[in-house]
Design a protein around this ligand. Structure first.
Ligand SMILES: NC(=O)c1ccc[n+]([C@@H]2O[C@H](COP(=O)([O-])OP(=O)(O)OC[C@H]3O[C@@H](n4cnc5c(N)ncnc54)[C@H](O)[C@@H]3O)[C@@H](O)[C@H]2O)c1
Length: 464
């Protein structure tokens, strides 16, 4: 099948290469000519494990190419829309202008009866809006196929997804939806034959499934982070608490790890968009819920800065601080809404001399925040530190030797804001170790009576 993929960022480049690996002839289209040139050399313009190999395989078969010209998509019978849907600069809503622009650019090149399928994460009602953009082309079939890949494991997630969701006209039982379902079945034939579950639904459901899934994941993270705050106030240990909770199969331990919280180009903007959708649909429970999840998440960044201040005996000004991690999570160079960089900026604003290091994201971070000091070598970044903060849990940082790092720093104090270090081993090497939710606040302030409630009124947070 001849397919085009419009928008070749973290989602689109992986999708294009995956489709080529399934035997389709694929052209990826992007308005960013530099990105296209990079991709055409067979290299991903960002760090994603396994993507370079998949791109090279695609080029070797002659089935994969990239272009900045929409006319190169003209021979495709099916087009995937993978452009960004970032948070609007002025509100919580998703900015759909890239989606509209891409659809308009593609419009003159759509063959008769072509199928246009969205993969971007969008608010409910987006397909109806795009139908309006395509008003003069009733022959064009529309579908929505939300994507669930995760950066860092995007290639594996695309080659072996958990499920396929098709939003089609009229939904599962409608004859109107059959042509789009058949077209998508032809695209994903190898996955369907391998037994990957496939769900067919109407457009509103397909649009909501992705938002609801992200809202649930964000809820889990913020729930355990709210528990971490309770643990700190009561002397409990959130790692043990979450381990015990997660052993219940109804709960599960994934996304139940307390720490600095989530960031990136998806979860934060998706829960805000979901909140805005709920507001527009007058569903106040979801609106309030998403507000709490967002607030707890952002609160973790402020808490981390406060704990850092405490560890510097109340004064950050003039302190030499090393931040391990700039990417929003390990195994990516993506720094969009990175909690680590947010904390680094707050520490610098409080007067600390901050050095940030990261295995892959230094260039992106430096271009975005030239006011911060970056160091690509972990060793050099650590030299002379009075406080070390582990903010992105790269394997390289998890496996650091406390003795070796101890020889580099001026003071052996570490704030493990991802709760991943072996605290006992670091303490045995003479380190003062703090995590988030490890009960340290209660111990430090010698709380004797159990604390059974937390007053979060200052930031309007209700514990879920
Ligand atoms: N990144 C993820 O892990 C992930 C996972 C699932 C879903 N999504 C969703 O996928 C969408 C894309 O996310 P991303 O992370 O790939 O974003 P991204 O910013 O990395 O990529 C978007 C790409 O679209 C291109 N683009 C913008 N306007 C265009 C136009 N008019 N025509 C052609 N190309 C255009 C940009 O140049 C960019 O390369 C978003 O809706 C996101 O929520 C992302």
């Amino acid at each position: 099948m001849k397919i085009s993929v419009i928008g070749c960022g973290y989602l689109g480049a992986v999708h294009a290469a995956t489709l080529a690996s399934m035997g389709h002839t694929v052209v990826g289209i992007d308005v960013d000519a530099q990105k296209v040139a990079h991709l055409n050399k067979g290299f991903a313009p960002f760090h994603e494990p396994g993507l370079d190999e998949l791109l090279k395989d695609g080029f070797a078969t002659g089935r994969l190419s990239f272009s900045a010209e929409f006319e190169d998509a003209a021979s495709a019978s099916l087009h995937f829309l993978c452009v960004g849907t970032p948070q609007s600069k002025t509100s919580d809503t998703a900015d759909l202008s890239y989606l509209i622009a891409a659809t308009k650019s593609l419009l003159p090149h759509l063959a008769k009866g072509a199928v246009l399928v969205g993969k971007s994460t969008v608010p409910v009602g987006t397909v109806d809006m795009l139908r309006g953009v395509l008003a003069r082309r009733p022959d064009v079939l529309l579908g929505w196929n939300p994507e669930f890949l995760r950066q860092g494991t995007a290639v594996k997630d695309s080659l072996v997804p958990d499920r396929l969701v098709y939003g089609v006209p009229g939904g599962n039982s409608s004859a109107a939806g059959v042509p789009v379902t058949k077209a998508l079945d032809a695209v994903y034939e190898p996955l369907i034959s391998a037994g990957i579950p496939r769900l067919v639904c109407n457009f509103a459901t397909a649009e909501l499934i992705k938002s609801a899934a992200n809202a649930f994941l964000a809820t889990k993270v913020s729930f355990i982070n709210a528990m971490a705050e309770l643990c700190d106030a009561s002397g409990a240990d959130v790692s043990e608490l979450s381990e015990a909770m997660g052993l219940d199969p109804r709960i599960g331990n994934r996304y139940l790890h307390a720490g600095l919280g989530f960031g990136g180009g998806c979860l934060p903007k998706d829960i805000r968009s979901f909140r805005a959708q709920a507001r527009a649909l007058d569903v106040s429970s979801v609106e309030e819920w998403m507000g709490v999840v967002d607030s707890v998440n952002l609160g973790q960044r402020a808490r981390t800065v406060e704990v850092a201040r405490e560890l510097c005996r109340g004064h950050l000004s003039g302190r030499t601080v090393t931040v391990l991690g700039a990417a929003f999570k390990p195994d990516t160079d993506d720094i969009r809404d990175s909690p680590a960089l947010d904390v680094a900026l707050q520490l610098a604003a409080a007067g600390a001399h901050v050095t940030v290091t990261d295995p892959k994201a230094i260039n992106n971070a430096w271009m975005r925040y030239p006011q911060l000091r970056f160091e690509s070598s972990t060793t050099r970044a650590l030299e002379g530190a009075e406080l070390v903060l582990l903010l992105t849990e790269w394997e390289e940082y998890r496996s650091l030797s406390p003795e070796a790092v101890g020889a580099l720093v001026r003071r052996r104090t570490v704030l493990d804001a991802r709760n991943v270090l072996d605290a006992a081993a670091w303490e045995a090497a003479g380190w003062t170790v703090r995590g988030l939710g490890t009960g340290a606040t209660a111990e430090a302030s010698t709380v004797t009576a159990p604390v059974i409630s937390v007053d979060n009124s200052k930031r309007g947070v209700t514990i879920l």
